[in-house]
Ligand binder design. Sequence first.
Ligand code: AMP
Length: 312
Amino acid sequence: MSKLLIVGTVAFDAIETPFGKTDKILGGAATYIGLSASQFNVKSAIVSVVGEDFPQEHMDLLTNHGIDIQGLEIVKGGKTFFWSGKYHNDLNTRDTLDTQLNVLADFNPVVPEDFKDSEIVMLGNLHPLVQLSVLEQVTNPKLVVLDTMNFWMDNALEDLKKVISKVDVITINDEEARQLTEEHSLVRAARKIEKMGPKYVVIKKGEHGALLFHKDQIFFAPALPLEEVFDPTGAGDTFAGGFTGYLAQSEDISFENMKNAVIYGSSLASFCVEKFGTERMESLKHPELESRLQEFQSLTQFDIELTPTKTL
Ligand code: AMP
């Protein structure tokens, strides 16, 4: 069974959407990635840090989903990373109200011995220097995928560029791709990012789907049109967990197979947004994922018979 190493925040989030508000619930990039990847037949582990305020029930939730947490450091007397955000009415854009790094500020990640040879490394959102340190500890991964966000572009751009130059795939949202490259066109932005290092670029466009770029090839997957979107928090990380979980399980990192990985990532993200926080991902069962994949298939499949040009 392939191993998937996940690094990212394990956090407390306070979220406000047009439908309601939560106070300090479980969140964090690595949490969402791990829960999403738990839908696949892979051995996954999280490398992250929390404070003493992080409850045992959240740890149990991760282990009950088959996620190895040897690499989740608990800092005595420390406080867990906290993020708070408020979504606009379109649910595609949000304002970060507060980011408290807390224990993340002095975090030195330690990759567990038996995950140093992981086939796939998912560098989820956190400080680029932590992502770099994890990369230095692994031996010869087949694929390294990076996710990041505007916060690190604003606060640690040079370090972020160093990580970008070392990864195979980057997943990034449309606004962040524009910020990173100063290009409005996403096609141009993807080309520029490829020049920075990654051979594959995934640009996530929220409810407008996701694009996969590789050299002169482009693949597009829509997002499933949902009746209700409750809370988009974690959708990007859930996408990344589905993308890497599927690639690890199928042991095939070709461009053709990455298209399927994008579809898996999009399907999983469509569940994540149905409830607040991690709630929907906690209860998700594999048959539900399979029937949603079928919905994806019928949403995008068509069979046009090309007719000769009409002559007048
Ligand atoms: P997403 O909606 O996919 O961008 O992910 C939201 C998750 O990212 C939340 O659960 C937050 O805890 C986490 N998060 C927010 N800001 C940061 C940051 N600067 N670095 C790492 N993780 C973050």
